[in-house]
Design a protein around this ligand. Structure first.
Ligand SMILES: [Zn+2]
Length: 399
């Protein structure tokens, strides 16, 4: 078996689905947000890929300002519907106050939430219409393909919340959710535990060993690392090292370990035990659950040579200065001038091809060669104003 990381792509729009349909050989699975409601047709039947539904339960423990839609000032309809499906205490408290550990004093509420969250993942795609009350969706109500969904569901994810200073005991609650989910799983289902962490965890002298031991002792079928506000390119040496330690500790169990939201550093981690990661088509290499987004996300173009996204408006200047950075993928080569970079669909196809190329290259030439390449690129371009210090940090922690 090779050690290529499995790549799960997040679908955020209908056009993403079309790109993934055309590029089926370029990725391994689909990653969906539980609140995403843009897939009312037969996506699974068309893509026939394994998929994961991220239950996003943590959102109900956030201050409402992080949950409101910036345009309406009101939480999205799909979150209200999710809160109803997840049941009490979430359904009673959503949009009144954030949920906390005290709300789970009754053990029935812990088991109830676990059951509801798992069941939602089992049926979400075949029953997409549950998220809508509108008659328009009646036409989709016939013939849900639950059998196919069951076959393609990669794993179930128990509910989880992010630990914070005001909410002591969250990690213990998260462990109980995983434990119960392991007891709730049916037939050949698999349960992967999300380990949610804020980067401050690593700075506050917490024990990575203790945390990993706690999760390993419950013995789930696999793990997802979810590092909030963690940017692979901005992270310090210390945090990168801590993440490497976690991957090594968890992979000692021989269970699969994935990283939610990753980029090239996650690809490299596959050589020391990471089984795979998720990302969007051009976005989604990191996640900040506290971000308040206004307007649409910035337009980016991935420069594979540097393993970095640049703002689209910077790209023509950069490629004119450094023609060696030009991408030779089918979307980028043979293009007349730089005009096509405005085409979002082609940029997304390019991104998918670039990710696949990185994975194949690493698998063929190994980590040593990848580190050597990063060192030589850093040495050559470090003083050219490209912001590529991360290449040096990645080389150091992986050497
Ligand atoms: Zn390209």
């Amino acid at each position: 078996m090779d050690n290529k990381p499995a790549l799960f792509i997040k679908i955020s729009s209908h056009s993403d689905r079309n790109i993934l349909e055309a590029g089926k050989g370029l990725y391994d699975g689909i990653f969906l947000d539980a609140s995403f409601s843009g897939l009312s047709d037969n996506t699974l039947g068309i893509l026939k890929k394994k998929f994961i539904i991220e239950p996003k339960s943590y959102i109900f423990a956030l201050d409402t300002k992080y949950v409101e839609d910036s345009t309406t000032g009101y939480p999205k309809e799909s979150l209200f519907n999710m809160s109803k499906i997840y049941g009490s205490p979430i359904s009673n408290l959503f949009n009144h106050r954030p949920i906390n550990c005290q709300d789970f004093r009754n053990p029935n509420s812990i088991s109830g939430l676990t059951r509801n969250v798992l069941e939602f993942q089992r049926v979400k795609l075949s029953r997409q219409e549950l998220l809508f009350d509108d008659d328009y969706y009646d036409k989709y109500r016939d013939g849900p393909d639950e059998k196919l969904e069951k076959k393609l569901l990669f794993c179930l994810i128990p509910p989880y919340f992010f630990p914070n200073n005001h909410n002591n005991g969250i990690q213990g609650l998260n462990l109980q959710f995983v434990d119960l989910a392991m007891k709730e799983k049916k037939d050949d289902e698999k349960v992967f535990a999300v380990i949610p962490l804020n980067c401050s965890f690593f700075r506050n002298g917490n024990s990575i060993e203790k945390l990993c031991d706690d999760y390993l002792s419950i013995d789930p079928d696999g793990f997802f690392l979810f590092l909030n506000q963690f940017s692979e390119r901005n992270a310090s040496i210390e945090i990168l090292r801590a993440i490497i330690s976690m991957v090594k500790l968890l992979s000692s169990s021989k269970k699969p370990i994935f990283k939610l939201f990753g980029g090239y550093f996650s690809t490299l981690l596959s050589q020391i035990g990471l089984s795979g990661f998720t990302c969007g088509l051009g976005h989604g290499e990191s996640r900040n659950i506290f971000a308040i987004y206004k307007g649409s996300p910035p337009q980016l173009y991935y420069v594979p040579f540097l393993h970095k996204n640049f703002l689209l408006k910077e790209v023509p200047t950069i490629l004119r200065r450094f023609s060696e950075f030009e991408c030779r993928c089918p979307e980028c080569r043979d293009t007349d001038g730089l005009g096509f970079y405005d085409d979002e669909i082609r940029r997304k196809r390019h991104y998918l091809l670039a990710r696949k190329e990185e994975i194949d290259r690493l698998s063929k030439f190994g980590l040593g060669k990848a580190v050597e390449d990063m060192e030589s690129i850093f040495a050559k371009y470090k003083n050219r104003g490209l912001g590529i210090d991360y290449l040096e940090r990645w080389s150091r922690v992986l050497s």
